[in-house]
Design a protein around this ligand. Structure first.
Ligand code: PMP
Length: 289
């Protein structure tokens, strides 16, 4: 893996990524006890920074994890990377773990959390696949129920989604869609999902089990500005299979048009609404509002 251009900050210091290290006793590593954010900057300007910081604070609060550095310090580190990264646009990962402790699961053995920030490139899909449209499958792996782990907490527990991605990999698909225990569509492994039917843009409510995606929110705002009818409503597989258009959204993914799901071709890919949203999204990130 090429991390030649990456930059890192770990627990108060700017460090070279090759030298940045975390204890084998860190509970983030031992138990997935921690939270994170993925943020993009475009033309040296950070996109929706305050929304990402607010979500990080909510995730940390929900798991009773005190951020080891202030949110102002964190914001400064992210702005520093946006300014000094070798390229004008890139991706920043923020991770907060419970920190180093005893081997047992009890978080009380961790005296203080650990926080690190990495700036790097992130391309989830090749430009060619993005142009052609992603091929999706429905994963047999269901999303964890919200009363087990609330999907709004952006925690380090991604095994559920990794298992779904392995299913996609095994059949040569680009991404997997996870259903909840009721069979309702929730999201992709690292992105929210939208469909278009009869000119209406639809996405599952987060209460069906999706992350409160910041890009999802931007897409809904852009739809409103463009006069595209839109709603949050429960979707099942039939809604995906019979959609006119389908797209994925996420900080890493940005906007990805979907070409097919479980072998069913979308009627249009990219369709006119996906195209309009794509154009508006690009304009939005470049102006960074
Ligand atoms: N769902 C999951 C499970 C994710 O990991 C992500 C990426 N953060 C998203 C959705 C998209 O969220 P956002 O637009 O805030 O990046």
């Amino acid at each position: 893996t090429d991390h030649a251009s990456s930059m890192c900050w770990l627990d108060g210091q700017f460090v070279s990524p090759a030298e940045a290290s975390i204890s084998v006793f860190d509970h983030g590593l031992l138990y997935g006890d921690g939270v994170f954010e993925g943020i993009r900057f475009y033309g040296r300007r950070v996109f929706r920074l305050s929304e990402h910081l607010a979500r990080l604070q909510r995730s940390a609060a929900a798991i009773l994890l005190q951020l080891p550095y202030s949110i102002e310090t964190l914001a400064q580190v992210i702005e520093h990377f946006a300014k000094h990264y070798p390229e004008p646009s890139g991706y920043v990962r923020v991770v907060v773990t419970r920190g180093e402790g005893a081997l047992g699961i009890d978080p009380r053995s961790c005296a203080h959390g650990s926080m690190f920030v990495i700036a790097d490139r992130l391309a989830l899909i090749s430009e060619e696949r993005r142009r052609q449209g992603a091929r999706l499958i429905t994963a047999a792996t269901r999303r964890l129920p919200a009363d087990g782990l609330d999907p709004r907490i952006k925690s380090l527990n991604y095994l559920n989604h990794i298992l779904a991605r392995i299913e996609a990999n095994n059949v040569g698909a680009d991404e997997a869609v996870l259903l909840n225990a009721q069979g309702h569509v929730t999201e992709g492994t690292t992105d929210n999902i939208f469909v278009v039917r009869d000119g209406r843009l639809l996405t599952p409510p987060v209460t069906d089990g999706a992350l409160e995606g910041i890009t999802r929110e931007v897409i809904l705002e852009l739809a409103a500005e463009l006069g595209i009818a839109h709603a949050e409503c429960t979707l099942n597989l039939y809604d995906l299979y019979t959609a006119d258009e389908c797209l994925l959204s996420g900080t890493g993914a940005e906007l990805i048009p979907v070409a097919e799901i479980d072998g069913r071709r979308m009627r249009r890919c990219p369709g006119p609404i996906t195209d309009a949203l794509q154009t508006a999204y690009t304009r939005c990130v470049e102006s960074t509002i």
